[in-house]
Design a protein around this ligand. Sequence first.
Ligand SMILES: [Zn+2]
Length: 473
Amino acid sequence: MIAHRQNVWFAVVTLAVVTCLPSWAQSNQVALRGTLVTPTEVIADGTILISGDRIAAVGKDVAVPAGVKVIETGGFIYPGLIDLHDHLTWNFLPRWKPNREFNNRYEWQAVPEYKIVLTTPEGKVFDAGLACDTEQYAEVKAIVGGATSVVGSLNQWKQPPDKQKCDEGLARNLDFYSGLYPADPAKPGNVEKLRNEVFPLELSETDVTSIKKGLTDGTLTAFIVHLSEGKPTDAAANREFKMFKARGFLRPGISIVHGVALHDLEFKQMKDAQVGLIWSPRSNIALYGDTTDVRAARQNSLTMAIAPDWSPTGSNGMLQELKYAATWNAGQSPPVFTDAELVQMATVNPAQLAHLDSMIGSLAPNHKGDLLIVRSKESDAYRALLHANPADVQLVMVGGMPIYGDPELVERLAPASELESLHVCGVPKVLDFQSEKILQGTNPKPWKQTTEGLNHALNEWGESLAQLTDCPD
Ligand SMILES: [Zn+2]
């Protein structure tokens, strides 16, 4: 079912887009009630007041202005989850089960099977003109998993001119369109201060110089790199750290994704240089049979985030990776992390590593209205998130706009929107593509068309569209 509703509100929104983007929502206020997880504090029976695209107030006794809609959610309200390690345009491809362990990432990238099941179908789907469709599918997948911000987006500047806005809307793409920095019409191009690099050791000297200059002068504030991905004993993966260090990259602003082959000695150096760590246990264990020594990293007081990696070998989203990590953690003796720490690794910690903690990652006044609301029978607010299933997500809001959630709740928040219906683990949910429509200035491709088009294109190459999420039986 797709609900079609047009009214004056929608006309106002459309008009506002042409002039100044966030103004559409400036008069839009709503108060959501529930258990607030800021995430450093838990506030039972709390209220969060959203005004326009921002959080106006958070607390137990928030004064809600007269006339503002108050919604009792009965749920746990968290900052939207922040995914700093993903490869979005691969997430429409089904899970890859290589049934063997590799020593490092260069090994699996060299086997014929990888080319047949992943790189060739991905390339063919791009050749068919569906690059933006892979991005839309992946952003919805991330949102269904509770994320509001993602990294590893489609490089929209490599797309044809009419598709150079296709990262915009839905999730915040921190590497290509976060909506957090004003665009400069005099300098069209990427205004983001976060750069993501999968192969940092392959950068040219010119690029290395420019990145280091950016980190020094503040035009770049976060540089996220894949490094030392392999078995903990793999010498080649360990050596990458020495090479990276020799290029002068152990410095504030850097975050290392994976670091499976790193140990106490390297973690100490990272801590001294204020370098962060982004942990993706599921993908590590699928490919290498083991994961990063996060106990040693924690003992060295590194700032750590958790992220799902791409879904072919990692998790389908942040909630799923959190549950994987919580299960891994429960099997350690003693457990490495507290439940609260794991939740912080998906919210405030990645915000710090992205150098965006004044804008996202916490429920705090003047932060962006990026929220995740989860229904749970758990009494503990941290446990409720770690053990949530995708069907338990009541609402995902980005910049004060409801993007996804339970039909009744989204309809109350966005009565003027045309909502797309879908089922997640057998439970009806709706998507609101209004942010794509506003930001991209065109009608977004309907969800059914995106999924059918991708599936059809994949069928030609012996594959089917990936599942949107995994569901408990
Ligand atoms: Zn990766």
